[in-house]
Design a protein around this ligand. Structure first.
Ligand code: NAP
Length: 510
């Protein structure tokens, strides 16, 4: 049986686009990119709420091989990221290989033919020798578990599915949640609404943001001066590395979270004068336990006369607003759910059932064995299935670095398979176990396990109390993606007739 594609990339966000570019560069041209939405860009296609933008500097939040010189600001707005995604698809000739409006509903490994059957929401099916899961993690909006949401007679919107027909001017608006999305949304809508009530369950650490427009002179220097983009990127990468991977994974030896907290407290003092308000906005957990935010406008938005911070727990949503546990009714016209996404939970990585060799189910494997994946890419029992953002893949730096590293790993496997005419590539149990032991052994220094995260209510922690982030620097992850022992994988199936067929039909001209 001949598969429809050598590789199916599931997801058309930056992971899927980066995967497609890496495959093309490696001479693996016979692939398809399948995307549920009606456009590419992933998070930047779906998240269009007022104020959306990056909070990793743009010099790092882009592919190293496709650095732009025309970002409008040090932290680009979401529209520029969406445009960047579109331009990559055009510049690398990917458009004909992208299948939009197609949701994968299940993936099943066919042991007889060493290929994957991918069922789509339209009821058809496609087959691929290999699958690259590029569905991201922060993609499935999570409504809050609050009683009465369906009773609300006003308008309800989730930040990740913003309705641009929604008029907020002059309305009484409630925002539930104070994560990174709310931090960007709140100051953006506060000036136009009549009244804004922010329902905060857990305060977020908010750091100053070095967000500045990039002057035309600098942009033309970046475009023209040899090495300028790389120099700026080096500074930016160092800043990103220090503020998350190093701070989080080496907290036991370097007191960077404490230093960050001091900066955040000073920022709060400068932005909010009312000590009671400041107290409510001050987290009771260590910086790094949950994702911090960066904003120069969020905290001071609470000084506005039309903005109220409500910390009494929500009892229920009613037909006309929100009732808090103290019995107060908060009348609301528009309810904004800034309540985030499914993260480290079943049904999200990827958001469809995956049945591997021997009928094993991926969520079931993780339920029984805890989240784990060899270098965040492969799981034993799931041959020819590679993830960009598997457990212990992401170390907290820019997603673009992660995508490049993971694709270096994956293309090495695919090229070895091609060389050996192997139809099945599977990570060994031993290699996976060794990697899992290693990540667990490094926990001691991570901020998550220093005993100060109790009050954080952080989505970083899964049901087992694990934090499936890669406890490594970006340099280490990059080096290992290019140097791991390929014998950590079994390459088999070369003796099958199907192997010769796919290998001869897809062999690169070189
Ligand atoms: P989030 O960080 O998960 O925040 C969700 C918020 O909703 C939290 O404050 C949470 O409170 C609150 N919440 C959830 N259920 C609730 C309930 N039943 N009652 C009251 N409050 C409730 O989601 P997000 O802000 O959308 O951000 C998700 C992630 O997306 C970020 O961490 C970040 O990685 C990414 N993001 C990035 C950017 C950027 O780069 N610029 C922007 C936006 C988002 P608790 O904290 O108590 O759970």
């Amino acid at each position: 049986m001949h598969p429809d594609h050598e590789v199916a990339v599931v997801g058309g966000g930056f992971s899927g686009i980066g995967a497609a570019i890496a495959l093309t560069k490696a001479g693996i041209e016979e692939f398809v990119v399948i995307e549920e939405g009606d456009g590419v860009g992933g998070a930047w296609h779906w998240n269009t709420y007022p104020g959306v933008g990056v909070d990793i500097p743009s010099f790092s939040y882009q592919f190293s091989y496709e650095q732009r010189s025309d970002w409008s600001r040090t932290y680009a707005p979401g529209t520029e990221l969406k445009a960047y995604a579109e331009s990559l698809v055009d510049d690398y000739g990917l458009r004909p290989k992208v299948r939009l409006n197609t949701r994968i509903t299940s993936a099943r490994f066919d042991e007889e033919h060493d290929l994957w059957h991918l069922a789509t929401g339209e009821g058809d099916e496609l087959t691929a020798r290999h699958v690259i899961g590029a569905t991201g993690v922060l993609t499935q909006p999570k409504p809050p578990a609050i009683a009465g949401l369906e009773d609300f007679q006003g308008e309800t919107v989730h930040t990740a599915r913003w309705d641009h027909a929604l008029a907020l001017a002059g309305k009484r608006v409630a925002v539930i949640g104070t994560g990174a999305s709310a931090v960007q949304l709140i100051p953006s809508i506060a000036p136009e609404v009549r009244a804004l009530t922010v329902f905060q369950r857990t305060p977020i650490w908010c750091l100053p943001k070095l967000d500045k427009p990039l002057p035309g002179l600098l942009r033309s220097a970046l475009a023209r001066v040899p090495g300028a983009k790389w120099a700026l990127r080096a500074v930016s990468q160092s800043y990103v590395e220090l503020t998350f991977p190093i701070a989080a994974h080496y907290a036991g030896v370097l007191p960077l979270p404490k230093a960050g907290e001091a900066i955040a407290r000073r920022h709060l003092r400068q932005q909010v004068q009312d000590p009671q308000l400041r107290a409510k906005l001050t987290p009771a957990y260590s910086l790094g336990c949950k994702r911090p935010s960066f904003s120069n406008a969020y905290l001071r938005a609470f000084n506005r006369a039309n903005v109220a911070l409500e910390t009494t727990p929500i009892e229920r949503v009613t037909a006309t607003g929100v009732r808090t546990a103290d019995g107060t009714e908060h009348p609301v016209d528009v309810l904004v759910l800034a309540t985030g996404f499914k993260v480290f939970e079943a049904g999200n990585m990827p958001p469809f059932p995956v049945t591997g060799a021997g009928g094993g189910d991926l969520d079931g494997f993780w339920r029984e064995n805890r989240f784990q994946a060899y270098q965040g890419v492969s799981v034993p029992g799931f041959p020819n299935f590679f993830s960009i953002l598997g457990p212990y893949g992401y170390n907290g730096a820019s997603y673009f670095t992660l995508i490049e590293n993971q694709m270096r790993h994956i293309t090495r496997c695919l090229l070895r398979a091609r060389d050996q005419q192997a139809t099945r590539v599977e990570v060994t149990e031993a290699a996976n176990a060794r990697f899992f032991d290693e990540v667990l052994s490094r926990r001691g220094n991570q901020v998550f396990f220093q005993g100060s995260c109790g009050a954080s209510n952080s989505y970083y922690f899964d049901v087992n109390g694990d934090v499936p982030f890669r406890p490594a620097s970006t340099l280490e992850a990059a080096w290992r993606s290019g140097h791991f022992d390929l014998d950590d994988y079994r390459f088999t199936g070369a003796d099958r007739p199907a192997a010769a067929l796919i290998a001869s039909e897809t062999a690169s001209p070189s």
